[in-house]
Design a protein around this ligand. Structure first.
Ligand SMILES: C[C@H](O)CC(=O)C(=O)O
Ligand SMILES: [Mn+2]
Length: 342
């Protein structure tokens, strides 16, 4: 469909991998990909939750090799294109080459919001491979607007065609999204995207703020399946934005069908704002830490919220999953420490 107001990029099969504990099966991917393609979504992402090469003890082992999942999804695509996520240092150039062989047509190179400089060679390779190439600045709440603009400009200078404001912690409020997208629109020539998490129940409001400020790539996931409280819900986004007379290019009934008849059936639990996921938004913690924190809290028999507040204070970033256990161990030590005798 032409004349879309923006592109909706569905991340169910990548961000949703966190909630699925990276256990997507081929059948689940096949059915979801088929539904997204039929509904008219142009781009959807398939990878381990932490991107290509993420399957590991640190981030969680994939049940099925992601290349097989990419291949399975690509085989279902009539008009849609499969995207992959790559975090330099977790994924490598070899992983990207393999993903292209498996059928990927777009890549989002993701870095912490202050570290765009590590992405240069990956962006260059992605362009050489003929991929639609996007820069993805994670934990966007952690940088000033000036810093964000500086880093986005680096992505632009390396050859990214779109740059994203990624609210990995679901910590941004609508006026902060407006300020960020507006600044990028004013300072860059490439398109701007927004990726939200619903930890403070702001994902839809933030997405609207982004679109109204000029974002032309917006992310969502079916039934909100994603890290933390999940993402902006794709099917809700389609309904709301169509009601506002934007042209999403997505068929509402068909996107509802894949959300409810396919994804809802395999979700391990509904995506809700729980005490812990709310604390992630409130304290600014990376959403994909949620299930790791749950596990650590159980093991040490402590309150997960205490771990999350501490991680927020430490300004922990993606890739520092090992800190979760360290923080939990320290909280336990303090809890059981015997006060020194006076
Ligand atoms: C690896 C992260 O899950 C990427 C992402 O979706 C985010 O930062 O948010
Ligand atoms: Mn995310």
């Amino acid at each position: 469909m032409t004349n879309r107001s923006f592109e909706i990029v569905d991340v169910t099969l990548r961000d949703g991998s966190h909630s699925m504990r990276h256990a997507f099966t081929k059948e689940q991917v096949r059915e979801t990909a088929r539904g997204l393609d039929k509904a008219g979504v142009n781009y959807f992402e398939v990878s381990h939750g932490d991107g290509l090469g993420g399957s590991s003890m640190q981030y969680g082992l994939s049940k099925v090799n992601e290349l097989e999942l990419i291949e399975t999804a690509a085989a279902e695509c009539g008009q849609a294109k499969v995207s992959v996520l790559l975090i330099p240092g977790i994924g490598t150039k070899y992983d990207l080459n393999d993903a292209v062989k498996a059928g990927a047509k777009m890549v989002r190179i993701a870095t912490h919001v202050t570290e765009a400089d590590v992405a240069k060679q990956h962006i260059t390779l992605a362009r050489e491979l003929g991929l639609k190439t996007i820069g993805f600045l994670m934990m966007a709440h952690m940088a000033s607007i000036e810093k964000l603009v500086e880093q986005a400009k680096l992505f632009e200078s390396y050859g990214a065609e779109v740059v994203y404001v990624t609210d990995s912690a679901g910590a941004l409020l609508p006026h902060e999204v407006t300020e960020r997208i507006t600044a990028l629109k004013n300072e860059l020539s490439i398109e701007i995207g927004f990726h939200g998490h619903n930890n403070l129940s702001m994902a839809m409001a933030n997405t609207l703020a982004a679109v109204q400020a000029g974002a032309t790539y917006i992310d969502g996931s079916l039934r909100a399946l994603g890290a933390g409280s999940g993402n902006t819900q794709t099917e809700v986004m389609v309904a709301v934005l169509e009601k506002m007379e934007y042209n999403t290019g997505v068929d509402l009934y068909k996107i509802l069908d894949v959300a409810n008849d396919v994804v809802a059936k395999y979700m391990p639990r509904p995506q809700e704002v729980t005490g812990s996921s709310l604390m992630m938004g409130y304290s600014g913690v990376y959403s994909s830490f949620l299930l790791h924190t749950e596990k650590a809290a159980k093991r040490f028999n402590i309150d997960e919220r205490d771990i999350l507040v501490e991680l927020g204070k430490m300004k922990a970033v993606g890739g520092q999953e090992d800190l979760i256990y360290e923080v939990a161990a320290n909280i336990t030590k303090k809890k059981f420490a015997v006060a020194p005798k006076p």
